[in-house]
Design a protein around this ligand. Sequence first.
Ligand code: GLU
Ligand code: MG
Length: 437
Amino acid sequence: MTSELGFVGTNDLVGITRGRAMPLARLEDSLDTGCGWVPANLGIGPFGHIVADGEVFGSTGDLRLIPDPATRTQFPPGPDGRPVTVMLGDTVNIDLTPWAACPRTFLRTALADLAAETGLHIYGAFEHEFMLVTDDAPPAPFSLDALLGGEPWGSGLVAALTKAGIEPENWLPEYGANQWEVVIPPALDVEIADRAVLLRDLVRHYSKLHGKQASFSPLLDPDGSGNGVHLHVSLRTGDGVPATFDASRPGRMSEVAGQFAAGILRHCRAITALTASSVVSYQRLTPHRWSAGHAFLGEQNREAMLRICPLVEVDGKNRAAQYNLEYRAGDATSNPWLYLGCIVRAGLEGIRNKLPAPRVLDVEVDSLTPEQREEAGVRTLPASLTEALDALLADEVVAGWFDTEMLDTFLAIKREEIARAKGRSEADICADYRDVY
Ligand code: GLU
Ligand code: MG
């Protein structure tokens, strides 16, 4: 009998993984009933206290966290410690029926509706950027010098992710100061977001074990580069056949993928609240940062909110299997299940309404006059969290996707974040979020 711990957790409205541990053997014996949990925990904000106290969930009520063994991940031990096994799961009522405010259930329900109505599934991956918090002078961007400067931490981190079943496709020093990026291969449906939750916690944990602080916060320095969490998505049939590519159509995007993209663009201002969920998010989402300067569909354009990704265009490479769209207006202050769930729900709205495919823009937005932008369907994204919350409430379709208690809790947390940031400098706001994410 070892005293190894098993942790069962959820990722909450502010993108933080919370839960409880027990001896792993005990957890293995109670996979069907998990552990106890409390509704008011969903009201905890990024700065550690219950914000929506009494407003939504008070001191009463009980829930359970049910681990999903498919998410079983061993977190590496410290020098003398033991590994901790982590399982993510759904939050349910004590009679084990779904809890309406569970973020993972929000995604699973959206995916189930997509599959039931269209036969389609999502195949994709979240791509993460983060920075090491350090006063060291940054090495040259993308350089071998930067890569080697991160050794042996970098190789060790890649090995730890690989052991956890998330083998990186690419590991690179990014453009920003002490910035890194992890690209992982696509997965199917809920696993896409499960991996994002685990990846962030693993990177932070592994780095801490090696004396480094990794921060996924969208912006660490008001004048620096941002940390994006871009989402690559494509559609697949139930048999795994790619359904996003059609060489005969504009942008080579299939009819159904065009409808899906149009749904995302139609609801983009509202869903930004769930993909870029904090005050600091909007310091990153500005033009010329290659984050998402404007809302439009671009081909190989890094200022686009939605981008058609480049393909390897040589014979023998299956273009349909590679073809995917990248949503760029996201960051790690958002919950991955809600982020992906909103993209799925918005895309499904586009399919239901048979929306025409958005125009594909392959020019610099800056070169267009306001009239040309209007004509090309280029829109602005919310300029602040306040604008994003207003857009969310103004879009009845999007607001209607959420359980009202969940939405009210989210709004209460976010309004407190806005109040906390009022009157403070951009640098102070960056510093606040840096240590949380
Ligand atoms: N760092 C940019 C962002 O904030 C993305 C740069 C890139 O295209 O990889 O999203
Ligand atoms: Mg990047």
